[in-house]
Design a protein around this ligand. Sequence first.
Ligand SMILES: O=C(O)c1ccccc1N[C@@H]1O[C@H](COP(=O)(O)O)[C@@H](O)[C@H]1O
Length: 229
Amino acid sequence: MATDDFTENTTKLKVCGIRSITEINELKTLDIDYFGCIFAESQRQVDSELAAKITRIAHRHGKRTVGVFVNAMIENIVKIVEETDIDIVQLHGDESVEYCMELTQKLEKLYEKNCFRKRKNFPAKTKLWKVFGVTDELPNIADYKPYIEYPLFDAKGENRGGNGIVFDWDILKKLEKHSFVLAGGLSIENIQKALDYKPAILDINSKVEVNNRKNKKLVENIVNLVKKK
Ligand SMILES: O=C(O)c1ccccc1N[C@@H]1O[C@H](COP(=O)(O)O)[C@@H](O)[C@H]1O
């Protein structure tokens, strides 16, 4: 699995589902490593125009952005990556190994075309995170490894994501430290326990919302725990 120089032996933090300029402006100076923009059908869905603005603000503050897709057409993902400059593509559907291979090739071509637009401080190549919806068993992800930076384990629920529920984290004990992203129902109540499983990244979303928007105080409480402030 190819991780980049940004990866260290500490747990990083992603806040997903940013859907307004107000939210990114409120959160941009906190010690958050990644902001997520959801392109899939969702109450948190954004278009590429808004995601490009969010990404510009995030990049100016040294943060990366993650685009969340569910079974999207590969051409659409490549177009959105080009339009928005997002750093990571999170595949939250039933995308196959072959799909990840094809997307990797297409993103490589896009990189060759646009490599002159190198991002300051960031590797310009777009990475893939493949999501696996789990309950109490880990799937076999071996064939995905050549194409992804990280597997992301989320609780299998009624919807594709944003279910606000956890899975049996004990299944993560078998994994190498800092080799995966953990999502699903993460909140101030369980974030300390989640850290004990040594994920590379904790991905918070619905549990830090009030009135359908990210709440700065709720996010800040989690930042303080994860970054031990
Ligand atoms: O949040 C959504 O609406 C969403 C829709 C479609 C795909 C993914 C989505 N969110 C992702 O779900 C996980 C867990 O979220 P939660 O903490 O349980 O609310 C996270 O990776 C989000 O990126």
